[in-house]
Design a protein around this ligand. Structure first.
Ligand code: 3BY
Ligand code: FES
Ligand code: FE
Length: 426
């Protein structure tokens, strides 16, 4: 436990914390930020991991990160190592990255390629579907290999996105999102893209403050000069703040998109998913520093360099910017009550050549700067919330509707799960 965790233990144990969490959520003032323990108490954090991150569908990465048989990448959902791998039939699968012998982590690299999965400890060997093939020389006559396959996690893909659910039973509410992603991502042909570059940033802040910060652009004018060269501050095409100039720009752009068969109508699936294609500033193409081309090769079947940015939200842990010549995906993974890993990945057409068609430094510049600015904002938010003087403050219903939606989703989801499950005993 670090110093922050020790300072912020408010409850005697995990069970009292569950009762208290339910009480805090039921008693919270709607359209206000949350009570302090929900942002910094380690017991509360543990409950969120159990009830949200170990039960809900999470965004983990893109299918083009594992283009061929045996390609894999790894991630950690709290204390759970997870492995994403493409099997011999082309299916993307997810497994708990822990050996069925004595539990060693199986793959320690962030990504790689294997013929079979071999545990580094005693070389138990699994095929790409998780079946145990080989378990040393003498495990006894009663040992049954078929009972010691890797533990799978639920895994679904659509439009190039990979979602994983670690729960025993996965919520059955993904079908509408998956159908929308297949439809809205079709122009991008994500299977034929490649990862150009990725970054990992550890932020000293609660994961919800990362998401809250992303859900509004109220802070943009004060903090994001690079981003605002291309991004318009509205969060929706029907934003009440949108002026006549924007509306005319949107009308022209959406007429082009309609003619080209580029989906752009706003789609939401509950509060969890939201897809909206927003035009970028007039005269700009993509989120580079000056708005000029990021990659000479356009994505998929796209012909128009001005597709704006299709923003895709997936709560609890992802937002994305799909543009004409590259896409940027963001993944948020909580580490502790006051630490969060933010991973950003830039994808381009798989045939684009680095240094010829695109320059990684140019692609990264705006979101490197923006991520750094957002990290500072979210960390300062955390430090202020830790103060004895903090009290929940009001969200603006116009500028911060996205934050309100996130907090409502979070609060409803937690109460739903708290109501149905018994507290953990270990
Ligand atoms: O661009 C984003 O991803 C979000 C939405 C608006 C503010 N923020 C930077
Ligand atoms: Fe994996 Fe022993 S722990 S082979
Ligand atoms: Fe920001």
């Amino acid at each position: 436990m670090n110093q922050h965790d020790l300072l912020n233990i408010t409850y005697a144990n995990a069970e009292t914390a569950r009762v208290e969490m339910d009480r805090l959520l039921k008693g919270r003032k709607r359209n206000y930020s949350l009570p302090r323990p929900l942002y910094n108490d380690p017991h509360m954090f543990r409950i969120e991991m159990e009830e949200i991150f170990q039960k809900e569908w999470l965004f983990v990465g893109m299918t083009s990160e594992v283009p061929k048989k045996g390609d894999y990448f790894t991630l950690e959902v709290g204390q759970n190592p997870v492995l994403i791998i493409r099997d011999g039939d082309g299916q993307v699968r997810a497994f708990h990255n822990t050996c069925r012998h004595r539990g060693s982590r199986l793959c320690s690299a962030e990504r790689g390629k294997v013929a079979n999965l071999v545990c580094p400890y005693h070389q138990w060997t699994y095929d790409l579907k998780g079946n145990l093939l080989f378990a040393g020389s003498d495990m006894g006559t009663t040992f049954d290999k078929s009972e010691h396959g890797l533990n799978p996690a639920h895994c679904r893909t659509a439009g190039g996105f990979i979602f994983v659910c670690l729960g025993e039973e996965a919520p059955d509410d993904m079908a509408p999102l998956l159908a929308t992603l297949d439809e809205y991502m079709e122009p991008y042909d994500m299977e034929n893209t490649k990862l150009a570059v990725e970054t990992h940033i550890v932020e000293d802040t609660n994961w919800k403050l990362v998401i809250e910060n992303n859900r509004e652009c109220y802070h943009c004018a004060g903090s994001h000069p690079e981003l605002l060269n291309t991004l318009l501050e509205w969060d929706d095409t029907h934003d009440p703040r949108a002026d006549a100039e924007f509306l005319a720009h949107y009308k022209r752009q959406s007429a082009e998109w309609d003619a080209e068969g580029i989906p752009h109508e706003h789609r939401s699936h509950g509060l969890r998913n939201r897809i909206v294609r927003m035009p970028l500033r007039e005269g700009t193409e993509v989120m580079t520093l000056d708005g000029s081309t990021g990659c000479n090769k356009l994505m998929g079947r796209i012909k128009n360099r001005q597709l704006g940015s299709m923003r895709i939200l997936h709560l609890p842990n992802s937002w994305n910017h799909m543009q004409s010549d590259h896409v940027i995906v963001f993944r948020v993974l909580p580490i502790s009550a006051q630490q969060t890993l933010v991973t950003t990945k830039w994808f381009v057409h798989k045939d684009a050549v680095e240094g010829v068609d695109y320059d990684v430094a140019k692609l990264r510049k705006v979101w490197d700067a923006t991520n750094e600015q957002d990290k500072r904002l979210a960390e300062e938010n955390q430090r202020g919330i830790n103060s004895m003087a903090y009290q929940p403050g009001p969200y603006s219903e116009t500028y911060e509707f996205g934050v309100i939606n996130f907090i409502d989703w979070y609060s409803d989801k937690l109460q739903e799960h708290l109501g149905e499950s018994a507290p953990a005993k270990n």
